[in-house]
Design a protein around this ligand. Structure first.
Ligand code: SF4
Length: 679
């Protein structure tokens, strides 16, 4: 978990490019395209009404009243949509009605949104009396029904103008914006990056405009768009009641009211303005839905659905971790089977529970694609513990989430296979995957407190997890929960079962998570940095307990960590990852005692070990991981490697065998060089 998110957040598009991406993203949503097309057409008619309307909307022709529209046998194209009771052209009045209705609604929305945005920001950010006063004012206003308030005010204004209507409709709308913006600001100002900015001395105005506002404003355009639809209806309703625009301004509401008087002989006089209102509001709402998806992708339908690979595995270069693919792709054979990939996979074994082959995971973002995992292959035997180690951003957590098929949007597996007991997890149905999760594949994460719901007791959550897969009675589930807590070293399970996560320490919560994961006796447990957030003593206790449990149950364990010293203690085999690829793999003892890849050596030299002689300085690895969206050709470690050669900058090395079952992706170990006795 730790290394996936920062990479994605870091890749957020620059604000200057946001507009272009918004239009493009909007264009990919069919409903939004229909809505915005309708809206543009209606707005175009409104803006160009004086030139588009065939007649003066106020011109009366008493000799041609209630003329039918063109589809009636008595109609004519001179007045395509007929005339009203005063002989005025209906089409021209509808077009000018759109102009008035949209102009008033848009101006009222602007007033309400600007007032609400300002009030919400001030109220949420400064809090205290300002917040209380603002919210009380809003509550008082909401106590009066909006439409009654508008009727009462407009009813006493003689000689109403569009400005009166704009103010009466616009000002009360502030509270809707203010409440939403305030709640977003309240959440945002407590976030770590805002606190960090404050701790670094950023003034309050800078915190507000630089760190809070950019995360808050996106909600306003969506509410504003929905507000326009609401205001079109309100304006029409007031005009229908005779409290809207004076008669010299055509309005859909007034047309509806006039048409009602001639409903029997000229029904289109009511139907046409009603249709105009309906189509406008529909267009506005569809556009608003599209905007909501674009500004907050997490609201999009299906966002959290995993992507199932439908097609059979296609040919890839002939190595499991063919890092030199870029330069040798042309020479690669057209098809590669799983077995071909297995040729270079560590610990290939007939009894492997999990076989990951040439796994590729990408995060497509506007304008760039993050390649988080690039052709990773490894095996995990039954009852074996595999440590995956690497810096944050190396792709280890994304690999783990891919195995659990729990990648967050927009991440998706784009290639390769994850064969769990023979089933390819990238290609099985959601239902089949859900049946595996919890029962046969379990996961525990870095932050145990965040992994447990704060509103349910530990007992409730454990029973629910146990019963979801076991169809057990409550009493039986309670007994299993009790025994599982006991097994992870909790001395008083009954007390803990009745407590809530916030009443327990981080270490206790992680024990609960392990107990919950192991209660179903899964075949595979993935522990993603399970002790990173805990102190060293608790860390040691929990890892020891975890090791005992998986050994006792025969569970296979994938243990992900950035701490190679922990892997040395707890894993049978180790996979070292760098920039989304495996750079070294093999039996833990051998990799730790005889590291072959310069990155593994650097990792080992940067962690304190008990066997280090006194006075030996720990070495930090110079430089940083490459940008995952633009990893250069050649070995990704080349910019940081003390042994870099010319070939390293152009050819990404294969995984070369350095000892039985021990491989390193480094040109130092290419057969040509080793034959010449170079390494
Ligand atoms: S020697 Fe070359 S291939 Fe090996 S790690 Fe260094 S840069 Fe990469």
């Amino acid at each position: 978990m730790s290394d996936a998110l920062p990479a994605v957040e870091a890749a957020a598009p620059a604000p200057a490019r946001r507009g272009r991406f918004t239009v493009r993203a909007l264009a990919r949503r069919r409903a939004a395209v229909i809505g915005s097309t309708g809206l543009v057409l209606i707005a175009g008619l409104a803006v160009f009404a004086p030139w588009v309307a065939p007649h003066d909307p106020a011109a009366q022709d008493l000799g041609n009243i209630l003329a039918p529209p063109f589809w009636d046998s008595a109609g004519s194209w001179e007045h395509a949509l007929g005339t009203d009771a005063l002989g005025r052209d209906t089409a021209s009045r509808l077009i000018h009605g759109a102009r008035n209705s949209l102009m008033i609604s848009f101006a009222a929305m602007l007033i309400g949104s600007l007032l609400g945005l300002a009030a919400g920001i001030v109220s949420g950010f400064f809090g205290g009396k300002v917040d209380t006063a603002t919210m009380r004012l809003g509550e008082i206003q909401l106590a009066f029904p909006f439409i009654l308030l508008a009727i009462a005010i407009l009813g006493v204004i003689p000689g109403r103008t569009p400005l009166h209507l704009i103010l009466v409709l616009g000002i009360p709308g502030w509270i809707v914006y203010a409440r939403v913006v305030r709640s977003r600001v309240l959440a945002e100002r407590e976030r770590d990056h805002v606190r960090a900015a404050a701790a670094l001395g950023a003034r309050r105005s800078r915190q507000l405009f630089r760190y809070v506002l950019p995360s808050v404003w996106q909600v306003v355009p969506v509410i504003a768009m929905l507000d326009i639809g609401f205001l079109v209806i309100m304006e029409s309703m007031l005009s229908f009641l005779g409290l809207g625009l004076p008669p010299r301004f055509p309005s859909w509401g007034a047309m509806l009211a006039e048409g009602r008087r001639n409903m029997v002989i000229s029904p289109w006089l009511s139907i046409l303005p009603g249709l105009a209102i309906m189509l406008t509001v529909l267009s506005v709402n569809l556009t608003a839905d599209g905007l909501a998806d674009v500004f907050d992708p997490k609201l999009r339908k299906g966002t959290f659905r995993r992507t199932v690979l439908r097609l059979p595995e296609r040919a890839e270069p002939d190595t499991a971790n063919d890092h030199g693919a870029a330069t040798r792709r042309a020479a690669a054979p057209p098809q590669r089977s799983v077995e071909a990939g297995a040729r270079h996979a560590p610990a290939a074994s007939g009894s492997a529970l999990l076989r990951v082959r040439d796994l590729k995971v990408e995060f497509p973002l506007p304008g760039r694609t993050i390649k988080a995992v690039r052709g990773v292959s490894f095996d995990l035997g039954r009852g074996e513990t595999l440590g995956i180690v690497g810096e944050s951003g190396s792709g280890k957590s994304v690999t783990a989430l891919s195995i659990g098929q729990l990648l967050d949007s927009p991440g998706r597996v784009t290639g390769g296979q994850i064969l769990f007991d023979g089933q390819d997890l990238t290609r099985i149905s959601d239902r089949a995957m859900a049946a595996l999760r919890g029962r046969r594949i379990a996961m525990i994460f870095q932050n145990p407190t965040a992994s447990l719901s704060p509103v349910f007791s530990i007992g409730f959550q454990m029973r629910e997890a146990i019963r979801r897969h076991g169809r057990l009675h409550r009493e039986e589930a309670s007994r299993i929960a009790h025994d599982s807590l006991w097994a992870v070293g909790i001395g008083d399970p009954d007390r803990v079962l009745g407590q809530y996560p916030f009443q327990l320490s981080g270490g206790m919560n992680q024990r609960v998570m392990i107990a919950m994961a192991m209660a179903a006796r899964p075949d595979l447990l993935i522990a993603d940095e399970p002790t990173t957030a805990l102190d060293v003593t608790t860390q040691a206790q929990i890892l020891e307990r975890l090791r005992d449990l998986v050994q006792a149950e025969g569970t296979s364990l994938i243990f992900i960590t950035h701490d190679i010293a922990l892997v040395a203690e707890h894993a049978d085999r180790v996979v070292v990852m760098y920039a989304g690829q495996i750079c070294e793999s093999g039996p833990t003892e051998q990799v730790i005692s005889e590291p072959r890849h310069p990155y593994t050596r650097a990792l080992l030299e940067s962690v304190p070990r008990p066997d280090l002689p006194a006075g030996v300085r720990l070495e930090a690895i110079p430089g940083e991981l490459p940008d995952p969206a633009s990893i250069p050709d050649g070995c990704p470690f080349a910019p940081r490697c003390p042994h870099v050669m010319d070939v390293c900058r152009t050819v990404n090395p294969d995984q070369f065998p350095v000892a039985p079952d021990h491989r390193a992706a480094c040109h130092l170990w290419s057969p040509d060089r080793t034959r010449a006795g170079t390494p």
